[in-house]
Design a protein. Structure first.
Length: 296
């Protein structure tokens, strides 16, 4: 009996140790996945992205060079990386280029040392939003750099959650401070608007395509007062609205982006939203394990 009790105790301790180890592994994995999550940490990361894009734009202006097309921005905690559509080794300080010229990176801490911190940064990438996390790194895409309609497809609930997170980040985050979002037609109804985390003055409703396209931001954003490029506009429509109002033929500006909630036949960019939180970005080729609505 004594031997049996001893073995039982030992076996129980082994099970407890195994359970504790498993819990530690899960917590470690979760902490990596969510290292940019949480309101305070989330804001700090986005502020670093905004300051980095500001430094990029200011540096290129000082060098009298054209702005690069930034395909994606990745914040890994210790590094901020901009991946370019075309190779360019002339990265402005504090950015540095890799050998190929396709990636520029910097230490986010260096942004404070260059004096680029402070008020709302001005830069032409204000429709850059977080798609999600890949192996714990935050992945952002400039929607204005994607020509044509961007369709969010897949599970209806997850599509809606992702769209709401993208809209909220544009109108309330530091990266999109000079951008506006125009919700059109059925996209102005409670299923969409009730889930938004912000009631920003840069979020506008429009009943029709004509009304939406006529919208101009009359606010006093830094970009507007400086006479810089026109304010970036993100139009959000449902798939039904897209078809009914022939948004495929809409005369959008180069600085505009069109986000469609649901599947359409002529979308140039399809982003599939899966129930496990991952994304299939198709032609975009961006890997996302957990979309932004899952941790923002």
């Amino acid at each position: 009996m004594t031997v049996f009790l001893v073995l039982s105790v030992v076996f129980g301790l082994v099970l407890l140790g195994a359970a504790a180890a498993l819990t530690r592994r899960k917590l470690g994995s979760s902490s990596r996945q969510a290292r940019t999550a949480g309101p305070g940490a989330d804001r700090k990361v986005l502020e670093a992205v905004a300051l980095g894009l500001q430094a990029l734009a200011e540096g290129r202006a000082q060098d009298a060079r054209r702005l690069p097309v930034v395909q994606t921005v990745v914040h890994s905690g210790q590094r901020l990386t901009a991946r370019l559509a075309q190779a360019d080794v002339a990265a402005p300080s504090p950015w540095t280029s890799d050998v190929s010229g396709k990636e520029w990176s910097l230490d986010p801490a260096s942004l404070r040392a260059t004096g680029t911190s402070g008020g709302a940064p001005t830069h032409p990438y204000s429709l850059t939003v977080t798609l999600g996390l890949h192996r714990g790194d935050r992945v952002l895409v400039d929607l204005a750099q994607l020509p044509g309609p961007i369709a969010l497809t897949g599970d209806d609930h997850e599509v809606l959650r992702l769209a709401q997170a993208l809209i909220t980040e544009v109108v309330s985050g530091p990266v999109g401070h000079s951008a506006t979002v125009v919700l059109v037609g059925s996209a102005t109804t409670p299923p969409v608007t009730d889930g938004l985390g912000s009631r920003s003055a840069r979020l506008y409703p429009a009943a029709t395509r004509k009304e939406a396209l006529a919208h101009e931001d009359t606010g006093t954003s830094a970009a507007a007062t400086a006479g810089a490029a026109r304010t970036r506009r993100l139009f959000v429509v449902t798939a039904a609205q897209f078809r009914d109002e022939r948004w495929a033929d809409a005369p959008l500006r180069e600085t505009d982006a069109l986000l469609v909630l649901g599947w359409i036949t002529d979308a140039e960019w399809q982003i599939g939203v899966h129930t496990d939180g991952s994304l299939d970005t198709g032609r975009l080729g961006v890997l996302v394990d957990t979309h932004t609505a899952r941790f923002s």
